[in-house]
Design a protein around this ligand. Structure first.
Ligand code: FAD
Length: 400
């Protein structure tokens, strides 16, 4: 079969860009097709040109020195030396209309009594509520951990698989433990996409993929059909289920069972002088309309402060969200310097997820189609890249 590319990747979030980077580094001609007008997906450093280019994160905000695949890509791009440390600031709870310390919700005695269980209790196959309730105490789970986990995954945490949160990975000690970049995390997807070994086309919402022999045909928005010997779908599971071509019925049925959580993100920028609130990492909300707010105080700016509020979908209208966010920061809505709205989506994994992934992998074995995303191992950027890398090895073999 004559093809236009060795490899087409659909979706230019970190999973798709990682998959494309790995194949382009091996000299394979690689095309990335992205629906939106920018790359990065959930990595979205919102820039405000009218405010001198001030930016704040509307999605992923922190990378760690345990992100091995991410760091290997940064090494390839010459970016590892440019990582920026984050100023240490702490989270606060937002509960019943007040900001409170994290310690105020901690049951110390119960926590201390439970700690030995941390090393004994198995995580496999258990929900977050089950596992963390057992290892740190039911009251600690109810009053603190549940809300902290919800804040991380921007959705109810009780039924989420415990294994999908906080996987231990080796650290690269010479790299700063928690880092960002001077222009935000979007530096990473932008730098991957800017490589001249990659063809990245934005504004291409792909609606259909067809099998053609052992390869694939993808129809672009203008009707042009492009052929490739290998295909990677790096889109959320509902989109992947729609795009999986004929011959992948078993995989499609499994992927269709994975849900998504919708998140209404409100980004606010405020002038330093207007805010009395001391620097904070963010707010963890307890039974409120938002799950969490993440600040940009980890990289202070002389003039502005930025916050991304992650709201539950359909609870408050746009004005009420602004009022609630301002109330939690003790500032009047009239003082807002700029704002933006972003629709974030994250997978809503459930108990039994890892058994489903095993069946999915069995359905994909021997095929030239890869599936990747933040809905395999876990939601972190590194979990996403770990999946992209193992799918790369399955499709193209191990370089070593
Ligand atoms: C608020 C928030 C905070 C987070 N904080 C952190 C953090 O601090 N650290 C961390 O490690 N992780 C964090 N994460 C998680 C991490 O950022 C994401 O899980 C990861 O970036 C997801 O990457 P992805 O490529 O798998 O998916 P996505 O980023 O969702 O990318 C999928 C891409 O596919 C595109 N697409 C969809 N449909 C089509 C189509 N039909 N045709 C073409 N393209 C299509 C989308 O436009 C999108 O660009 C956070 C996530 C959120 C939402």
């Amino acid at each position: 079969m004559s093809t236009d590319f060795d490899h087409i990747v659909i979706g230019a979030g970190i999973s798709g860009l990682g998959a494309a980077h790995f194949s382009a580094r091996r000299g394979l001609s690689t095309l990335v097709l992205e629906a939106s007008d920018r790359v990065g997906g959930c990595i979205n450093s919102q820039v405000f040109p009218a405010l001198g280019g001030f930016w704040t994160e509307a999605g992923g905000h922190t990378c760690f020195n345990s992100y091995g695949h991410m760091l290997s890509i940064l090494d390839d791009l010459g970016l590892t030396s440019q990582v920026h440390p984050k100023v240490k600031v702490g989270y606060k709870l937002w509960k019943a209309g007040k900001r409170r310390s994290i310690l105020s919700a901690l049951h110390l005695f119960e926590g201390a009594r439970s700690i030995p269980k941390l090393f004994k209790e198995p995580k496999d196959g258990r929900s977050v509520r089950d596992y963390y309730g057992a290892v740190l105490g039911r009251r600690n789970y109810r009053d603190l951990l549940q809300h902290a986990f919800q804040a991380v995954i921007c959705q109810p945490a009780d039924d989420y698989p415990a294994e999908a949160l906080f996987r231990r990975k080796p650290r690269r000690k010479e790299v700063i433990k928690a880092f960002t970049f001077a222009e935000g995390i979007a530096t990473i997807p932008n730098a991957i996409a800017a490589q001249n070994t990659l063809d990245v086309r934005t504004g291409q919402r792909i609606e259909q993929v067809e099998s053609e022999g052992e390869g694939f045909r993808v129809r672009l928005q203008d009707g042009t059909a492009i052929r490739a010997a290998h295909l990677t779908l790096a889109v959320p599971p509902d989109v992947a289920a729609k795009l999986l071509p004929a011959g992948f019925e078993d995989a499609r049925a499994l992927v269709a069972g994975i849900g998504m959580a919708e998140i209404e993100t409100l980004v606010l920028v405020l002038r330093q002088d207007d805010l009395e609130l001391p620097p904070i990492a963010g707010l963890i909300a307890v039974e409120d309309a938002f799950y969490s707010a993440v600040s940009r105080d980890f990289l202070p700016d002389a003039q502005y402060r930025g916050f991304a509020f992650h709201f539950r979908p359909g609870v408050l209208d746009a004005d009420a969200q602004v009022r609630r966010a301002c109330e939690s920061l003790s500032i009047a809505p009239e003082r807002i310097a700029a704002q933006a709205r972003v629709h974030n989506r994250l997978p809503a994994l459930r108990k039994g997820h890892f058994a489903l992934v095993e069946r999915l992998d069995a359905a994909l074995a021997g095929k030239r189609l890869a599936l990747t995303g933040n809905w395999f191992l876990g939601v972190s950027m590194e979990d996403a890249l770990t999946r992209s890398h193992s799918e790369h090895v399955r499709l193209f073999g191990d370089r070593a």
